[in-house]
Design a protein around this ligand. Structure first.
Ligand code: SF4
Length: 238
């Protein structure tokens, strides 16, 4: 029996294998999709609360497997007390754990934040390095976190592929891929340079608020006619 596109084996919400997908967008369709997202939100912003590159780094570390809203609830107080590596070390791991205890995996995250603060102070004079390699050497910092920091704090055209971007890139046919890294590489290939700085936020916000995992709101989706997902349900045109 033919596999139903859009419901790949074992991944019912469009987070599946590239070869299950009916098609990729053409370059003209990619351009049009991004043009519309850009027009709808010309200056997209991170929804995380941050005040400088260090607090952004800490917020992104805290956001792993947690919502931005949940993170923002604790970072208001945390960054009032500690918005530099030195102040974070003075605050100490125990107090940090107490402040962030409503966030998942908080003991590990507290340990990583103290660890990365020490390294930033010892190796980089308390500054956040503007280098992927240096960022990825910090505890709790992987490729995705490094990409977010490079993009949001330093304005680099990196694309951090999270669960939302992974889903939207696969469903729409924008940059299908089996893994986040594959999707990231495919996005870097197909997204024209003029859109690279903001594409990360456009796709995250689209996935978070419209192209949701379980109930995508195709009827109000501004790229519905372009999207290649066979299960989409676009609004009827009048
Ligand atoms: S039409 Fe829009 S909301 Fe529906 S699957 Fe495609 S991108 Fe997602």
């Amino acid at each position: 029996m033919a596999q139903k596109a859009g419901s790949p084996r074992g991944t019912p919400h469009g987070e599946g294998r590239r070869d299950d997908w009916p098609g990729k967008l053409s370059p003209a369709e990619v351009e049009e999709l991004l043009r519309r997202l850009a027009e709808a939100n010309p200056e997209p912003k991170s929804e995380l609360y941050w005040t400088n590159p260090y607090t952004l780094l800490v917020a992104v570390v805290l956001s792993a497997q947690s919502t931005d809203k949940g993170v923002n609830k604790v970072t208001k107080e945390l960054f009032r007390l500690a918005d530099t590596p030195r102040k974070m070390l003075a605050l100490g791991e125990e107090r940090l754990r107490e402040i962030i205890r409503s966030i998942g995996l908080y003991p590990t995250k507290a340990k990583n934040i103290i660890g990365l603060s020490k390294i930033l102070l010892e190796k980089y004079g308390g500054e956040v390095p503007r280098s992927r390699e240096a960022l990825e050497e910090l505890p709790g910092v992987g490729r995705k976190t490094a990409n977010v920091v490079l993009n949001v704090a330093f304005g680099e055209p990196t694309i951090a592929v999270d669960t939302h971007i992974f889903r939207v890139a696969n469903r729409t046919g924008l940059a299908p891929g089996r893994t986040p890294l594959e999707v990231e590489k495919n996005l870097m290939k197909v997204v024209p340079e003029k859109y690279r700085l903001h594409v990360h936020h456009w796709l995250i916000l689209h996935g978070r608020y419209v192209c949701k995992a379980r109930k995508p709101e195709c009827e109000r989706c501004i790229i519905c006619d372009l999207c290649k997902w066979e299960e989409k349900r676009c609004a009827e045109r009048t």
